[in-house]
Design a protein around this ligand. Structure first.
Ligand code: CA
Length: 230
């Protein structure tokens, strides 16, 4: 079996050496980057199965790197373990919100770090493979709840996201307002929601889709469909 590769982005050489030594001893291949930009470059080559990312880096900090990695469809799927100082609780929270998978606080024992690496890799493997829906210049990463237009993320509410996802998954079929209410709002709740609500949310969604708004097509007396050829 090929070795799993871990990319370590950290500017403190002694920590890099310590982590590298311990991971290699456990059978991992290790790549290292002492700077954020170099780390991003390595990550984009897509060889790493997991990234260990220090938050305190000169110039570009770890949170910024995490944000960039998770917004790029090429690297969004690579799990990240952050290294943080004990006091940086807010950074840990922000990091997890940005999509990091776990964090380890400094000082840490190499043994603990290796155990976390194994745990995250196990978790990622047992997760269903992420699914990307595409239509025109739109890309919907259903696992990570990210919609992007020409590679730039769009800010949709969760309802708008679910609506778009349902329409794209239908592959051009027309979905009625009742169907959308049931599947996007949930059956119980849909009993108290008017079909007009769907139209309102579709209107908001179209606005946010900008140049791709025409893909959400109104079908008279029937509902809505997604047109990926228009
Ligand atoms: Ca550092």
């Amino acid at each position: 079996m090929a070795k799993e590769t871990i990319l370590v982005i950290e500017d403190e050489k002694n920590i890099v050496e310590l982590v590298k030594y311990n991971l290699e001893r456990e059978g991992f291949a290790v790549q290292t980057a002492l700077r954020g930009d170099a780390g991003l470059e390595e990550a984009r080559k897509q060889k790493a199965n997991l990234i260990i990312l220090d938050l305190m880096l000169p110039e570009m900090d770890g949170l910024e790197i995490c944000r960039i990695l998770k917004q790029d469809s090429k690297t969004a799927g690579i799990p990240i373990i952050m290294l943080t100082a004990k006091a940086e609780v807010t950074d840990q929270v922000v990091g997890l919100e940005l999509g990091a998978d776990d964090y380890v606080t400094k000082p840490f024992s190499p043994k603990e770090l290796v155990a976390r690496v194994r745990a995250v890799l196990r978790r990622v493997k047992s997760k269903p493979k992420e699914e990307i829906l595409r239509g025109g210049h739109l890309e919907v990463d259903t696992a990570r709840h990210i919609v992007s237009l020409k590679g730039k993320p769009l800010e949709l509410t969760s309802k708008e996201f679910d609506l778009l996802k349902a329409l794209m998954e239908a592959g051009g079929r027309v979905l009625s307002r009742e169907y959308l209410l049931e599947h996007v709002w949930g059956y119980e709740q849909s009993l108290n929601v008017e079909t007009r609500t769907v139209d309102m949310h579709i209107g908001q969604l179209r606005k946010k889709l900008k140049s791709e708004e025409h893909r959400v097509v109104t079908v008279k007396n029937a509902g809505y469909r997604f047109d990926d050829k228009a």
